[in-house]
Design a protein around this ligand. Structure first.
Ligand code: SAM
Length: 212
């Protein structure tokens, strides 16, 4: 997977000073190097622009790499509500989105995403695009919340669904969340309210359309 990703990134993404600075800021702040891959980021931008999404929910902000990619896809106006556990990460993400020119279009809600999602549901907020990229143990819950918060026809995109290939290849050392993700993928594939496909770039992304 590593070689294929390096190949795809080298051909289909260009040098990007803004995103490189985000990666640098994450390193400088001693935060984990777990942003989406360059091609996965490009896919997010393209999915937003193709779908015309304007009201985006992001679960897992880190330093704002995926947030910038999502915002870049907006054709005219667009808003991102981003849920992040760590205050420090949300602050850095906001700084980075502001530097990229999207600071006014994003709001961060810090704390446990499950609590924030329940609040958004009570407030009757609705989204036309959801991006799930936080703690894997809660992916199942995040998916259910996203379906409830989604408008009909919305896209739900989920990252890390291949767990470095371990969900599909017994020769790859399983990770702590390999089994969780195998079950998650089966659920997504067979969910009666979703039409889904798995795209094997980065660490694998499922793209689901809410059909009911
Ligand atoms: N989407 C980001 C990007 O590509 O730029 C990367 C997100 S990183 C893989 C996962 C993020 O989820 C981390 O910033 C972590 O702090 C956050 N997170 C983990 N558990 C969480 C929880 N229970 N509630 C909210 N955020 C959580």
């Amino acid at each position: 997977m590593k070689k294929i990703n390096r190949y795809i990134d080298s051909i289909f993404t260009k040098q990007d000073t803004i995103l490189e600075e985000v990666i640098l800021s994450i390193e400088e702040n001693e935060m984990p190097a777990i942003s989406v891959s360059p091609s996965s980021g490009k896919l997010l931008s393209m999915l937003i622009s193709i779908s015309g999404a304007k009201n985006v929910l992001e679960i897992g902000a880190l330093g704002g790499y995926s947030g910038i990619c999502l915002a870049r896809g907006f054709t005219s106006e667009g808003r991102i509500t981003s849920l992040e556990l760590e205050e420090k990460y949300a602050k850095l993400a906001h700084t980075n989105l502001s530097k990229a020119g999207f600071g006014a279009q994003v709001s961060y809600i810090t704390g446990e995403a499950l609590h924030s999602l329940e609040k958004l549901l009570i407030e009757k907020q609705r989204f036309d695009f959801c991006f799930i990229d936080a703690d894997k143990i809660n992916y199942d819950n995040y998916l259910e919340y996203c379906i409830k918060l989604a408008e009909l026809g919305a896209l739900i995109v989920t990252d890390n669904v291949l767990v470095r290939g371990s969900v599909a290849d017994d020769d790859v050392q399983p990770k702590p969340y390999t089994e969780i993700m195998k079950k998650f993928n089966e659920k997504v594939a067979n969910h009666p309210q979703l039409e889904s496909v798995l795209i094997p770039i980065g660490d694998g992304m499922t793209v689901s359309k809410v059909i009911k």
